[in-house]
Design a binder for this molecule. Structure first.
Ligand SMILES: NC(=O)c1ccc[n+]([C@@H]2O[C@H](COP(=O)([O-])OP(=O)(O)OC[C@H]3O[C@@H](n4cnc5c(N)ncnc54)[C@H](OP(=O)(O)O)[C@@H]3O)[C@@H](O)[C@H]2O)c1
Length: 284
């Protein structure tokens, strides 16, 4: 039976490359994105790849609780309707970098909400479907920057003294905590934190201003193309040897140690409970 994958952040960059490579592997893809024009462009570009695998889009926004709960429900409904509840792969790729402090309507800092809480909520909704799969895999895109992040329980969302880099790298640290705690809780669903390395995408030019945008445009020129991390991500999603590496941090297809603090279970459990309370989810 052909596998079914959900990919978020599917309208550009690493997510879009993953959609392409999964279709080439003849995997049905449910792509999640927010921008209709970009969705139409991706559909058109990948049409030749849809002879042997389906490409569908579910549209939504991952920046606040209400729309992300809706996204989770819409994805579940779509999988139930089109694939009779079959879901094999979940790739959480969507993310942002944000100049200046911005709160969403829930009162959460927007980078924290998009990069961490949305992963928490979507994975919660899709876990019951993944549980039924023969060989399920969940990927969460973290970042090299998480090594330079710390955890401060008095300022978990960077509400005090907001700094663009601190907020981003902390959100990517929380991705690793999430992966490790999920692996402990859901032993039958392998999950991986992915370090894509430095990749030439537009992420640092989207919600940024001035110096941050300028610095990203300089920095990204040293990055790889989007297919470089995506090739490894597709391997992690498909190859049997990764099954035993649940909870690991993977770079270029290899398991490497993550930031030392990510091995602290107390922090991971506390972040999990905090995320449950912010999202009104009982994630067991
Ligand atoms: N590029 C790098 O060097 C690098 C390094 C380490 C980690 N990463 C991570 O890799 C992931 C993909 O980033 P990228 O570099 O490929 O950049 P990108 O092209 O900007 O991709 C980010 C994706 O997330 C989507 N997105 C952002 N906010 C959203 C929201 N509120 N609702 C729904 N979708 C939303 C974007 O949609 P739009 O197309 O509509 O903007 C886009 O498709 C991110 O998690 C990023 O943190 C990137």
């Amino acid at each position: 039976m052909q596998k079914v994958a959900i990919v978020t952040g599917a309208s550009s960059g690493i997510g879009k490359a993953n959609v392409e490579l999964l279709l080439k592997e003849k995997i049905h893809v449910i792509a999640f994105a927010r921008n209709i024009e970009k969705i139409e462009a991706v559909k058109k570009e990948f049409k030749p790849l849809t002879k042997n695998a389906n490409l569908d889009f579910v549209i939504g926004d991952l920046s606040n609780n209400k729309s992300t709960h809706q996204a989770g429900q819409d994805l579940v409904d779509f999988v139930n309707k089109k694939y009779n509840g079959q879901l094999d792969i979940l790739m959480n790729v969507a993310g942002r970098v944000t100049s200046g402090y911005h709160e969403n309507e829930d009162g959460n800092e927007i980078t924290f909400a998009t990069n961490h809480l949305s992963v928490f909520i979507l994975t919660y909704y899709l876990t019951p479907l993944l549980k039924k799969a023969k060989d399920p895999r969940v990927l969460v895109v973290s970042s090299l920057s998480h090594y330079r992040a710390s955890i401060n329980w008095n300022n978990i969302q960077n509400k005090k003294c907001y700094n663009i880099l601190k907020a981003y790298k902390r959100s990517k640290l929380y991705n690793v905590f999430f992966v490790k705690e999920y692996a402990r809780k859901f032993k039958d669903i392998p999950i991986f934190a992915i370090d894509p390395g430095l990749v030439k995408t537009e992420i640092g030019g989207k919600n940024t201003t001035g110096l941050a945008r300028f610095a990203w445009n300089l920095r990204k020129s040293g990055g790889t193309d989007v297919y470089y991390p995506s090739k490894f991500m597709v391997d992690v999603a498909l190859k049997p040897e990764y099954k035993a590496l649940s909870g690991h941090y993977i770079k270029e297809g290899k398991s490497i140690p993550s930031n030392k603090i990510t091995y602290n279970e107390e922090h991971a459990k506390r972040l999990w409970s905090y995320s449950e309370s912010l999202t009104q989810i009982d994630f067991k």
